[in-house]
Design a protein around this ligand. Sequence first.
Ligand code: RIB
Length: 298
Amino acid sequence: MGKAVVAVVGSAMIDLTAYAKNLPVAGQTVEGELFTTGFGGKGANQAVIAAHCGAEVHFIGKLGRDLFGQSIAENFNKLGINSDFVDRSDTPNGVAHIWVDGNGENRIIIIPGANYEIEKERAIQGINSIKDLSIVIGQCEIKQEITLAAFTAAKARGCTTILNPAPYQQLSQELLAVTDWIIPNETEFKELHGQLPTNDEILENFRNGKNSIVTLGSEGAVLISADGTITRTPAPKVQALDTTGAGDAFVGTFAYGLACNKTATDAMSLGVRVASLTVTRKGAQSSYPTQAEIATLS
Ligand code: RIB
């Protein structure tokens, strides 16, 4: 089997996370239990888990020329993620302020910073430069026009494109036209489709001639194939400590699976098992299993 080659065109952030049993309401101050600084950003998270799985990963993005940007660049380097198209900006690096409550549920505010300065031409050049590229992943923490340019270039060379519409924003018809797989979570599904994914009929009506997977948290994931077939993968029962980055773990693992020529159902099943493990640990990338741990899940 050849190497699974995956490119992520997306965001890289530093996550500043406060853990508190009960989160404050407006005007209230509460005492928390822990504060952490960690590597995050939906794009970088997806790239890192794909690299942990064993893919050859190329990241296309923009970091600040500051300490946060520097530490992300060093982390990519340490993990062997190709950064030939990771540029730097005088705009501060992107950050995410995250609150995690006693049930492991989070609330996130992102400040995109340098992530919003990725240039279209660089994204296209990056996609065109990668040898044997098979999968390109995008999200919505960078400008949509950049994802569109990258996906258009990816489709022109025969790659498969995966869009994780997170955080939700209205998607252009142009972007949907060059997207092969769309992977929302339940909240994003509701924003895209107007209803929560509570039954098969609602899921079937989401089709649009595309392959989709809806991630369902502790319920696992459901694949809606372009012909309307619905396939569910339940998640193992785990005690959730922190769900941050679990959806990204799913997307990056699924992309790795497709790049390895696994069936979509097998790739989804591996994605669910990896994502379930991440919620038992704190942080985004800090919760991701190693390649050896992933091998035990395959
Ligand atoms: O999906 C989780 C990620 O969302 C966090 O790592 C944070 O950086 C935000 O981008």
